[in-house]
Design a protein around this ligand. Structure first.
Ligand SMILES: CC[C@H](C(=O)O)C(=O)SCCNC(=O)CCNC(=O)[C@H](O)C(C)(C)COP(=O)(O)OP(=O)(O)OC[C@H]1O[C@@H](n2cnc3c(N)ncnc32)[C@H](O)[C@@H]1OP(=O)(O)O
Length: 307
């Protein structure tokens, strides 16, 4: 039990900080869909587990950058059922990564991802399974988008269908020479269902999104840059070199303590997603987690000049 007034104040402040952190974490994890939407996640997961193959691998580097690999190169890294479930597991792992600052998503074998595995999709083509898969992937990709990490999709080769949608769940896209992003859904008699349309409109605007979806056009690095869909065209399309380039690009934004980088991403997420008053209140809460924190106190001692 705290005895002095100072100890009580410190204990109160710690409790407040903890509650704020828990509330922010809870908001981030909150799923878009649950039982109230007719969504039965456990049932869907059982079905997805029947479509095996490939893997989603996560390597957490000491510098706070996570490397997430879509690994099913035989099928151009198409998402099998087990890969969908694994992606959800990796996102949970990333949500709990205290030292994380950044994330790079890329595909094995010099290509990004060709969407969902058409073999699985065929077997799940009834409307209830389709809706459940759509809700499952929207939940996962929304959580991915809201991770307190600065995320980059490294697009080599092709990002097609659901693969194109996945790139839009990242904060940034970097493309290698000769690569393409293509929303082919129209040619499959579909529209995006993994949240890709909603996110694309926010990235490139309504007009350009309409053109890309209705034209199912191949977007090369030059057009992607022009549209603001990609940040930069890397110089190498070699897997190892492109990954090094992407890491170097990302490091300019991830330098500094994890607590501060994570707070930066959280205020931007709030600004992107919430009405302005709610975003301001969230910003205040997040500010409270860094104000008077170790990085802030050290900076006050150092008194750096920002010339
Ligand atoms: C909401 C998401 C949405 C949904 O399903 O609901 C989607 O994701 S829709 C989009 C689904 N994806 C596709 O329709 C892609 C179909 N594939 C292709 O167009 C091409 O394969 C392409 C452009 C990705 C790559 O072409 P490339 O010439 O470079 O390679 P191959 O065609 O020879 O492909 C090698 C090998 O991979 C198999 N493959 C590729 N993508 C898929 C896929 N999505 N599912 C299953 N299998 C896939 C392809 O059939 C080849 O295998 P093979 O045994 O040699 O025929």
């Amino acid at each position: 039990m705290p005895s002095t007034v100072t100890e009580m104040a410190v204990s109160l402040w710690k409790n407040l900080l903890q509650t704020t952190k828990e509330r922010i974490l809870q908001q981030r994890r909150m799923s878009l869909y649950n039982g109230a939407h007719g969504y039965d996640e456990e049932l869907l997961k059982k079905k997805l587990q029947q479509f095996v193959g490939g893997s989603i691998n996560l390597f957490k580097e000491d510098n706070g950058i996570g490397i997430l690999t879509l690994n099913n190169p035989k099928l151009m890294n198409a998402f099998t059922g087990t890969m969908m479930v694994e992606l959800q597991e990796r996102v949970t792992e990333l949500e709990n990564w205290k030292d994380g600052k950044g994330l790079i998503i890329y595909g094995a074998g010099n290509t990004f991802c060709s969407g969902s595995d058409l073999n699985a999709v065929k077997a799940l083509s009834n409307s209830q399974d389709g809706m459940n898969m759509c809700m499952f992937m929207q939940n996962t990709l929304t959580r991915l988008m809201r991770l307190p990490l600065i995320s980059v999709a490294l697009v080599q080769g092709k990002a097609v269908g659901g693969g194109a949608e996945l790139t839009t769940a990242c904060d940034f896209r970097l493309m290698t020479p000769g690569s393409e992003i293509r929303f082919v859904h129209k040619h499959m008699g579909l529209v995006p269902g993994w949240g890709g349309a909603a996110r694309l409109v926010r990235i490139v605007g309504g007009g350009a999104a309409l053109q890309l979806l209705s034209g199912a056009a191949k977007v090369d690095p030059e057009r992607a840059l022009h549209l603001g869909l990609s940040e930069e065209t890397l110089s190498s399309s070699d897997e190892t070199r492109a990954l090094e380039e992407a890491q170097a690009w990302l490091s300019q934004y991830t330098e500094g303590p994890a607590s501060v980088i994570q707070a930066v991403k959280k205020v931007v997420t709030a600004g992107r997603e919430l009405p302005v008053e709610a975003a301001l209140r969230t910003e205040k809460d997040i500010f409270g987690t860094v104000w008077g924190g170790p990085a802030n106190l050290q900076a006050l001692v150092r008194r750096p000049k920002h010339k």
